[in-house]
Design a protein around this ligand. Structure first.
Ligand code: BDR
Length: 312
């Protein structure tokens, strides 16, 4: 069955890999639009990066919408130290010919969910700002979204932007809080699983070996962005976060997790943005998240590399 997707994204090389993976699976995914989010880099860059990626994939027909330029109440924290000054350094992608849509990304989410009740999956690779604002502006859409599948959070691996917080949650914890309390079926792909998906030299080489422009560009981008994490963790390959979202939708059997309660810490002076995951079911808080803890990295890279290989 083909899933209708709205993609929330602030690319980011790992998210470029995720977007291209999705576009390489046309039978599985019907992408109705990308909502550019402020996060890894400022909104003007993430808009340009989204436009570049749909063009790279030969899909200029997919509309790109601009979301909010900053989190709901906090100043924007970015990750240029990982992704470079454009957010998408590492490959030479031409400036896009297509333009961003006029409609705001939040309105695109609302209109699209209302037009397709019970049909839309929200694929979130970024902070959840735009979905949270959409839910506040149009609470009726909560009951019309099929599912949210999001790269966000951490429990066993704790944090990557602070000792206790994962980046997408840390940037806009109020947004994550709103979304996780909205009563929508939600799956989280946290650092606990993304840290298992390491881009070893053999895996990047296998990607390059396909030789098509999307595989080559993805390998080049990941070579750039992994430098920071290789230094930080000292592993043979860097974690590859974003593609866990489409991989979970395509092949849930290669992952495992539990339905648990996850809450977001908003006020902690040392722990703001932490996802407090009740893995051991210590509380009786409602189970609001399918929390993915483990995955099979070989199957994951096989799926990613084959998906990229379907593109130009
Ligand atoms: C997340 O943070 C960003 O820097 C990555 O693109 C990914 O979305 C991982 O914590």
């Amino acid at each position: 069955m083909t899933r209708k997707l709205i993609i929330l994204t602030d690319p980011g090389q790992d998210q470029a890999a995720a977007i291209l993976m999705i576009l390489g699976q046309r039978e599985a995914f019907d992408v109705l639009g990308l909502v550019a989010t402020a996060g890894n880099i400022s909104l003007d860059h993430t808009i340009t990066n989204c436009l570049k990626l749909v063009e790279l994939a030969g899909r200029p027909d997919i509309p790109v919408f601009a979301g909010c330029p900053q989190p709901i109440i906090r100043p924007l924290v970015m990750a240029e130290h990982v992704h470079g000054p454009t957010g998408l350094d590492g490959a030479h992608l031409p400036m896009p010919a297509i333009k961003v849509q006029q409609r705001h990304g939040v309105d695109f989410i609302i209109d699209t969910v209302r037009a397709h009740p019970g049909e839309i999956t929200i694929c979130s690779l970024s902070p959840l700002t735009n979905l949270a604002v959409a839910l506040r502006k149009a609470p009726d859409i909560a009951g019309k979204i099929v599912e949210i599948v999001a790269m966000l959070g951490a429990y066993f691996e704790v944090g990557n932007i602070t000792p206790t917080a994962e980046f997408n949650c840390y940037v806009d914890p109020e947004a994550a809080d709103i979304v996780l309390k909205a009563g929508i079926r939600t799956t989280l792909l946290p650092l606990d699983v993304t840290h298992q998906m390491r881009s070893t030299p053999e895996r990047l080489q296998a990607m390059l070996a396909f030789g098509n422009r999307c595989s080559v560009a993805t390998a080049e981008m990941l070579e750039f962005s992994q430098a920071f994490d290789l230094g930080k963790y000292g592993w043979e390959g860097a974690p590859l976060h974003g593609p866990c979202v489409p991989a979970f939708m395509l092949a849930p059997e290669i992952f495992s997790g539990r339905l648990i309660s996850v809450a977001v810490e908003l006020n902690g002076t040392l722990t703001a943005g932490m996802t407090v995951a009740d893995w051991w079911q210590i509380t009786d808080r409602p189970k609001n998240v399918f929390y993915v803890r483990d995955g099979d990295p070989n199957a994951y890279y096989d799926l990613l590399i084959r998906s990229l290989g379907n593109l130009p």
